[in-house]
Design a protein around this ligand. Sequence first.
Ligand code: GLY
Length: 386
Amino acid sequence: MKQYDLPVLTDAQAAAALDTAVEQVRVNLPLYTFRCQNHSSVQNIYPACDNDQWTCGFWPGEVWLSYERTGDEAFKKTAMTLVASFDHRIRHKIEVDHHDMGFLYSPSCVAAYKLTGDAAARDAAILAADQLISRFQPKGQFIQAWGEMGAPENYRYIIDCLLNLPLLYWASEVTGDAKYADIAHRHITTCLANSFRPDGSTYHTFFMNPDGTPSHGATCQGYRDDSFWARGQAWGVYGSVLSYRYTRNPEYLDTFRRALEFYLTRLPDDLVPYWDMIFTSGSEEPRDSSSAAIVACGLLEAVKWVGAEEGAGYEKLARQMLASLVQHYAVTDRKPGGGQLLHGTYSKKSPYNTCTPEGVDECTSWGDYFYMEALTRLTKDWQLYW
Ligand code: GLY
């Protein structure tokens, strides 16, 4: 693996950075207890929103991490208020006709259940898992990401879905019903067969033919169909090792290694990628700090599942990525509505992609969450929300 001569984040620095982040969460509690936090900031301040975006789970995840760090009941109270909102959302099927049930329900309701044993949180998360498997397409063996089921323009899955699969593994564990994990296995088999290119890079989205055979890779949020959307690569890195955690299938660990190796070939000097990794050192394009935080979480998860020498390399690299984030990207001026990590990119329009431009060079709710998760992983033996 590529080695870097860069500062590593010490345990003391990780704890201090996490405490700073927790205080930002505390400042934000009054704003986002009865509302949710928007997917990304506007000039580095988050608007409040209804609980109807795919990203609304990340803020409760930050609140749970803050509760774990401090034991302060104020965090638990807000998090449980948000859990009630997630319960309402799944029972009333408010904007749940897509695959992002894991992003929504793992850091909110699964976290609540794991930390407090709350039965309503568990039941809401199981309903979310039911919703997720309802999007499984037997012809092609994949979970359809978006849109009307079976519509030809949406007969596809996306790399991001790897982070939705842990909800299914968890649901099988708590219900004793293998159907959830079975669909996760089928989906990841399709994903590994098609979404990872021979060099370890990834397609953002992958279309299947109506007869179930693979069609082609295409981007939505990356620069071009054949480029390397940074966050897709990061989802590939973290998502593959998460599936390894639940299944111990060595193929998933190999996928993690290949995706990581590719990711490292396209990083600029400070280890924080441009929004698409077709852009490299010296580019004026915006970064995506959230990808660095996601990959750091993947590295710290992988440490648990590989040999000591390989693991030491991953931990050092994660600490180097986090040192860069803490030093150059973390928010230091605490303001109501402020985030944790600057310079994230949600969706940047290019001449070739199909996304709606949003959140360019801003804080992103998932960047903030994964930054706190990675720091938490350095401060304790953390029980995953995923
Ligand atoms: N899951 C969509 C994104 O990463 O922007």
